[in-house]
Design a protein around this ligand. Sequence first.
Ligand SMILES: Nc1ncnc2c1ncn2[C@@H]1O[C@H](COP(=O)(O)OP(=O)(O)OP(=O)(O)O)[C@@H](O)[C@H]1O
Length: 598
Amino acid sequence: MKNSWKHIRTILKYVWNSSPGWTVLNILLVLIRGVLPLLLLYLVKLLVDEIQTIAALPLDERDFSLLLTVLIAAGVIFLINALTASLGLLVRERQSYVISDFFDNLIHDKTTSLEYGYFEHPEYQSIFYRALNEASFRPSRIFYGVLGVIQNFITILVMGGVLLMVHWSVSVILLLITLPVSWIRLRHARDLFRFKKDNTLLEREVNYYNRLITAPEFAKEVRAFDLSGLFRRRFFNRKRKWRQTQFSMLVNKTRREIVVQLLAATCFFLVYGLIAWKAFDGQISIGEVVLYFLAMQRGYAYLQEFLGRSSSLYQDSLFLDNLFEFIDLREESKAVESKASLSFPSPIQSGIEFRNTGFHYPSNNRWILRNLNLKILPGETIALVGANGTGKSTIVKLLCSLYQPVEGEILVDDIPLSKIVDSQRVANISVIFQDFILYNVTARENIWFGDAQKPADDDLIKQAANRAGINNVIEGFEKGYNTTLGTVFEGSEQMSPGQWQRLALARSFYNNSQLIILDEPTSSLDAFSEAKLLKYIRSVTENRTALIISHRLSTIRMADRVIVLEGEQVTETGSYEELMSKNGSFKKMVDALSDSFI
Ligand SMILES: Nc1ncnc2c1ncn2[C@@H]1O[C@H](COP(=O)(O)OP(=O)(O)OP(=O)(O)O)[C@@H](O)[C@H]1O
């Protein structure tokens, strides 16, 4: 509850600070719309009383001027009601943009500043999932929920005043019969929140199978293996389980509400009886009977609406907890970055070194690297080899500071990598990951993203594309470098995996970084393209330090030095020829496997 208020206050404060004018207008509309129902009821009472008075007079003595005034006033109020409703919608839409922008920014800020490790952790993926699910609509709903509750509250207050005139107990009864309903709804809101929080994994599974069935990136394989039936069954089984619990919660809530509504109907019956008795007794006019009846009926309806809105507001604020849970995630990188104040050595003098480095992923304590010692000299081209799962890509992640070593250090010219400011590190280390991104933007932008901090340089873009052997493909498209690539947008050109890989390489060549890291850069290339590309890679890495991870012998042969990774450590290092003459594990790997892959 305490958190709920905190979240509601945060939103209201932001809305007020960002658009005070629109907020004042919104509040004004709420106040007007809050009292309008009472004015309308009062006019109905006047109307009935006046018609009754006129009807009792002889025809020639009848004066319709008051009746006309009341009718005009009713028309004006009706008009104000309609106009304020339309204007309210407009103002709401305008303010919802402000709220949505605020939370989009908050989420984008957080997502981009979080440690990369969070993205590979299932528990945090559930937090992301919950937060992103709520962010799109809850904050705006909270703001309008608050306004709605205020509007209802004003109406109820004035209606309550009218009902006090019948008897003081009427307002109290009305309030008492609505309290159990509100308790039932608040309880349901809390239970639903708990259920959803405890079952995020199940909900994510439902969505995962839905994506496997519907998302384009899975369509090929799902058809090839005919998996759609299996995935649909899994989707529906989980969805059914999910729905059953939610539905049984709803059934319980409805059962309780029915009991309470029966109680409310009995009270209504008694109050209507009291009003009728007062009319027969001559204590109130027919107009007042109409007024009280309507006030009773509308008052109860507004009270229900008020409680419904209050419980929705409570529910929204509970769910907003998910968003704030995400926003409050600790930002390790910020802490590291705040200590990072050094520049990247330029040019690198003594090299990049892993010194007694140890690392395991945060999700478990299984060491991937332990007491790792390796040094990459400036200008060297290193081939990092090892069996699957020995930690080669993990070394790349550490070099990109996506993770920090658990033990030991990574040094650039004896400066710890963690002490080098982010922007300097990014400018000096360019990397193409094994699972690089296929950006569905133009070919030009695809390459420019390699150094997007500077304006795009078309000559350099073309040069990088040439070196990666993709220039001819791009120029073959009708719109050349302005061709949108991929399959997402209309008018795009799709390329083969090997062509995408060369484009990704062009991206890494575009950046004039000192260290270039290529994680399996030729895995999708045919032998002919690979041979050609290796020449280009050689020329690109000539004056740079390069770390290339590969299972292909042709790529490994090109390196100045080969480093073999095995059992958490470096076991062999030397030129290709040196290692082959050593008869160690590298030679065994080469001999045991085919003539082109290790
Ligand atoms: N996010 C992660 N969380 C936990 N363990 C991970 C994570 N990523 C990788 N691993 C584990 O770390 C080990 C090393 O993985 P890595 O991807 O570095 O291997 P690799 O040598 O690059 O393999 P390959 O040759 O197949 O690309 C593997 O056993 C893998 O299971």
